[in-house]
Design a binder for this molecule. Structure first.
Ligand code: GAP
Length: 498
């Protein structure tokens, strides 16, 4: 049985992956700090995402935009007027909740996309009360999730600025700069990794819904006349994914496995570019060894679509608290570029040499992945309580785990052995993340290494001084192999590439 989210939070704190923010002062709800191991795992995940989406492709470039921007960006994007959740407040204890969450938790009905009136009807129909003091709620109302601050020493209406609620808008706001200064040609994408902030009404489920989090996003621009001309379709047409379309949800059918080509033939997914990005994002998790049974794609019902989206599919993960959104892959069409053209008065079109006219490219797919939710997924996929070994084994992907290897001298009181072990350690450390551990029995050191996901433990024993060999032990199989020290780095490289 997998860990509850509360147990996962305890494990992450105990092992130095994630701490509650400002805990010594009582904490701050919805904020977390990554510890020594967490920051390594998170950075490795960012690097893997960047390599897969930017470095290894010719059609995507990156940016790193700032967190604050001219507030007109958020007026144009629609966030100032539309970026809201529906709030209810207890009439007695004044605790505030998200109306849809309360309805879903108490009635087990889906409240996705319901409006103020529909939520109020359900609250009255099911006599829903405040979970804290059992009193009535006030009428639901819209609550804007944008965090406000002031820029500069004068603090008035004009100095108001907002912490970005998504990284995406910085991509649109820089669109012209990128066109003018890089060699991108349609179809192309712009990627960004960075912090986003949302004043969530009720942050919950540890890293799943926080007020400060990170996103890894791409806006992928396509010529409006070539929406079905994805040249990479052949690469993904046989990718098979558990699928839950809007129609299946409306008809109360079970999710079903489909190949991407079937989804396009049956027009469950309408545009080939959208299908391509869904499969590409799914494959990102597959190449990290994630269990395919725990990932599915789910289409948003009409009522759920964000103000900018004409279609949207989520990649969902089976968390212990249910199937939940890991990544949104929305068709934003030309909504954002047109809005920024309108509000800035600047020309953000592209000149089409073939047609000899200006065009506004379309974003058929905006893969927008939450870094913290992906981190949580990795921890759930990796966590294994090995009863035989008597310890937790964190089976993190070898490319991402905080420490790829650890080096142990068999004993710590033999200077010759220790000197030799230190020499080997220094050498490995030039190429791989590795730590040195000489305390306690080797069995105890193995257990400690397993619990934080170390893939290979290397032991230097008395024989090593003579035969110049070491023992290398695999975290997942516990198999041990004796190899010459001269081949150690080569072997670690070979195992990394496997
Ligand atoms: N640019 C599109 C966009 O921001 P979104 O579905 O609102 O779309 C994208 O967010 C991803 O960001 C989500 O799929 C999720 O992984 C992550 N995310 C959103 N809100 C979050 C929160 N409060 N805490 C943690 N991650 C969040």
């Amino acid at each position: 049985m997998s860990l509850t989210i509360e147990e996962m939070a305890v494990f992450c704190k105990k092992k130095g992956f994630v701490y509650p923010n400002s805990e010594i002062y009582g904490g701050l709800s919805g904020f977390f700090d990554y510890g020594p191991l967490g920051v390594e795992l998170k950075n490795n995940l960012k690097q893997a995402w960047w390599n897969y989406h930017v470095k290894r492709r010719d059609d995507i470039v990156g940016i790193d935009g700032s967190i604050l921007a001219n507030p007109k960006v958020w007026v144009a994007s629609g966030h100032i007027s539309n970026f809201t959740d529906i709030l209810i407040e207890c009439k007695k204890c004044h605790s505030r909740e998200r109306a849809d969450t309360v309805v879903e938790e108490k009635t087990k009905l889906s409240a996705d996309g319901l409006n103020v009136k529909q939520l109020q009807e359900l609250i009255l129909k099911h006599h829903l009360k405040c979970p804290k003091c059992n009193s009535d709620f006030s009428e639901p109302s819209q609550f804007n999730l944008m965090f406000q601050t002031h820029v500069g020493p004068k603090q008035n209406e004009e100095s108001i600025a907002y912490l970005r609620p998504e990284t995406a808008q910085l991509i649109f706001a820089n669109f012209k700069n990128i066109l003018d200064t890089s060699r991108v040609k349609l179809p192309f994408g712009i990627a960004q990794i960075g912090k986003a902030f949302r004043n969530e009404i009720a942050p919950r489920n540890f890293l799943f819904r926080c007020r400060e989090f990170e996103q890894m996003e791409i806006e992928y621009f396509v010529h409006p006349n070539h929406l079905q001309d994805c040249p990479y379709l052949r690469d993904i047409q046989n990718v098979e994914i558990l699928t839950y379309s809007a129609e299946m949800q409306e008809k109360d059918l079970e999710p079903q496995k489909f190949k991407m080509k079937e989804l396009l033939e049956k027009k469950i997914i309408k545009l080939s570019w959208h299908a391509y990005w869904l499969a590409t994002e799914y494959n990102f998790f597959m190449q990290l060894g994630i269990n395919p049974h725990n990932i599915r794609i789910r289409q948003h019902k009409k009522s759920e679509l964000a103000h900018y989206a004409s279609d949207c599919w989520d990649l969902e993960y089976k968390f212990p608290f249910g199937w939940k959104e890991l990544q949104g892959i929305a068709d934003r069409s030309d909504f954002d570029l047109k809005q920024h053209i309108k509000h800035s008065g600047k020309d953000l079109s592209i000149y089409d040499e073939e047609k000899k006219q200006k065009i506004i490219p379309l974003v058929i797919a905006e893969p927008s992945l939450g870094l913290d939710r992906s981190f949580l997924l990795l921890m759930y996929e990796a966590y294994y309580d090995d009863k035989e070994r008597g310890n937790i084994v964190l089976k993190l992907p070898r490319q991402l785990t905080p420490y790829y290897c650890a080096l142990f001298p068999l004993v710590k009181n033999k200077p010759e052995l220790v000197a030799f072990a230190e020499e080997v350690y220094k050498d490995i450390k030039t190429s791989y993340s590795c730590y040195y551990d000489e305390s306690g029995s080797v069995g105890r050191r193995y257990a400690r290494a397993d619990e934080i996901g170390v893939k290979y433990c290397i032991t230097i024993d008395f024989d090593s001084l003579d035969d110049k060999q070491v023992t290398i032990r695999d975290r997942d199989t516990t198999k041990q192999e004796r190899i010459p020290i001269s081949k150690l780095k080569e072997q670690l490289y070979h195992l990394y590439q496997k």
